[in-house]
Each structure stands twice: as C-alpha cells, then as structure tokens.
Design a protein around this ligand. Structure first.
Ligand code: CO8
Length: 269
C-alpha cells in the first residue's frame, strides 16, 4: 500500500508490521517542523484507513534512524526563534499526532533505540507500549530550558509511572536508563541491543496478528477510554466494549473454534 512520500520518515512494511522510522539522524531525530508535518500527514492518512478491514498491517513499530537516538525532543534550534503562540501551535500539531496514534485500530509499539528526550519520550508514550534497547535513555528535560512538557508528558507520564515518579522526573529533568525506565513501568521490556529490540517488537506484532483484529482494536479503544476514569465509569466503558466484541463475527468464529477444538481463522469483522 502507498502511504505517500515523506521527507523525514521512512516507511517499510515487514510481515504484518509497518515500521515507521523518524529519519533525521544528523540532529538526533529531533522533531523539526518538517518532521511534525510529516507525522501529522502520515497519521492523517492512517486515520482514514478506518476500523481495521482496510488495514494492510496488524501493528506499527515506531523507531528512530541510526543507533544513537529514538527522538531527542522538539527541535530546540527552531524553538529558539518562536514566540509563545507559534510554540503552542507546534505543540498542538503534536497533540493531534499523539491522539491519532492512540486512535488507530492497531497497536503501535515504540522501539526506543537511543535518546527519548522531551518530545521524544512524549511521542513514545503515545504508543501502546514501549520496548527499549539497553542503551536507550529517557527524560523530560524541559526544565533545563525553562519549559514544561508540551507534547503530552504531564498527562501520559503520570499514567505510565504514577504521579510521584512523574513529578520527580519532570522537576529534575533527570535522564534515566532503560533498566530504570523498565523498573518504573515506563518500558515493558529491555533488549540487549537495537537489533534484538526491533526483532522483539516485530515478533510481538506477529503474535498479535494471530489474534482477532476486532478484539485487539476494541481492547485498545476501551483501555484508552478507561484511562483516568473511576472504577464504576471504567466498568461501564468495558461493558459496552465487551458487548460490541460479542457481536462480531470474530467472536462467533473464536468461540466456535474453541468448542470444535480447531484453530480460529478470524475474518476481521
Ligand atoms: N533539537 C535540535 N537539535 C538537536 C537536538 C534537539 N532537541 N538534540 C540534538 N540536536 C543536534 C545537536 O545540536 C547537534 O547538532 P550539530 O552537530 O549541528 O551541533 C547534533 O544533534 C548532535 O547532538 P550532540 O552533538 O549534542 O550529541 P551528543 O551525543 O553529545 O548529545 C543529546 C546528544 C544528549 C541528545 C544532546 O544533543 C541533547 O541534550 N539534546 C537536547 C535534548 C533535549 O533537551 N530535548 C528536549 C527538548 S524540549 C522538548 O522536547 C519539549 C517538547 C514540547 C515543546 C512544545 C513547544 C514547542
């Protein structure tokens, strides 16, 4: 499938996965305006693919070009000549990107292969979950610039690591290594190098690809909607999601296959 041409993104389909690579290694893959526009346009294209039936892949791996950096944040050189309104508009474009990633009907795994700083950490946190190479590092270092997180870090970091750890990381700007990020729950798995990181992310997409596409999409939507709700409201959302899943052909096939002791062949609807 043709997703369009992008100056700062590489797109490759491998098996059931789409590998999206932020490709600006000379500046540590920092989110210059061009990168933000490319991410905005590509996520716009992905959003038009709809609920899953038209999807050529079952998951996305988001990573950075080269071996040093996932994404080193917003482009500080460009930000240096911005006024507050222009900076807010820039942040809003990235809000769109992160919300679109969360709304896609397929999982997105951040394969963090180096620095995930500021906007880079925020982009990774908009993915369903994070894997990291052992050399990866994470920070919300905006306080070093007299700034605060602007691409969702104040919201999503506390969801990932709890409010206390989020406060400490944001107030100090401290950079933590992959193993510490794993201990805090920011990262699901740490791989010994970036090669095994990519292989691990792709293997997880293949594992997910053997499951019901509609069930995975329903689960993603429900989990995102439930984040931040109280137990009663969360159970209400889950109930509707469960009811919807029960009405799918995938569910009929999956339940019947179990009873017949055969492997399900999910139609994806
Ligand atoms: N922006 C622009 N250029 C960058 C960035 C960046 N974020 N990070 C690295 N670069 C450039 C460097 O300037 C350098 O360019 P040049 O070769 O032309 O001098 C090149 O990449 C290589 O970097 P270094 O020589 O510094 O490489 P090191 O290995 O010594 O260090 C680091 C790598 C640790 C990544 C270091 O470059 C660094 O600390 N970068 C800044 C990281 C940072 O603070 N990121 C957070 C930015 S703020 C943010 O993301 C807020 C998001 C919300 C904003 C919303 C409002 C607009």
């Amino acid at each position: 499938m043709d997703f369009g041409d992008y100056e700062s993104l590489l797109i490759e389909q491998r098996g059931n996965a789409l590998i999206l690579t932020v490709n600006r290694p000379r500046a540590m893959n920092a989110l210059a305006a061009q990168v933000v526009e490319d991410l905005h346009r590509l996520t716009g294209v992905l959003a038009t693919l709809g609920e899953g039936g038209n999807w050529p892949v079952r998951g996305i791996v988001l990573t950075g070009a080269g071996d040093k950096s996932f994404v080193a944040g917003a482009d500080i050189v460009e930000m240096n000549s911005m006024g507050a309104d222009a900076a807010a508009a820039y942040a809003r474009r990235m809000h769109d990107v992160t919300l679109r990633l969360e709304s896609l009907p397929v999982p997105v795994i951040a394969a963090v292969n180096g620095f995930a700083l500021g906007g880079g950490c925020e982009l990774a946190m908009a993915c369903d979950f994070l894997y990291a190479g052992a050399g990866a590092s994470f920070a919300q270092p905006e306080v070093n610039l007299g700034l605060v997180p602007g691409f969702g870090g104040s919201v999503r970091l506390q969801q990932r690591v709890g409010i206390g750890a989020a406060r400490e990381l944001i107030y100090t700007g401290r950079r933590i290594k992959a193993v510490e990020a794993e201990r805090l729950g920011l990262v699901n798995r740490v791989f010994e190098d970036n090669e095994s990181l990519l292989a691990g992310a792709l293997a997880t997409i293949e594992e997910i690809a053997s499951k019901s596409p509609t069930a995975v999409a329903n689960a993603k939507t429900a989990i995102n909607e439930i984040a931040g709700l109280n137990v009663v409201d969360g159970l209400g959302v889950e109930l509707e999601s469960f009811r919807k899943a029960f009405g799918t052909q995938d569910s009929v096939v999956g339940r019947s296959a179990f009873v017949a002791k055969t492997a399900p062949d999910f139609p994806g609807r």
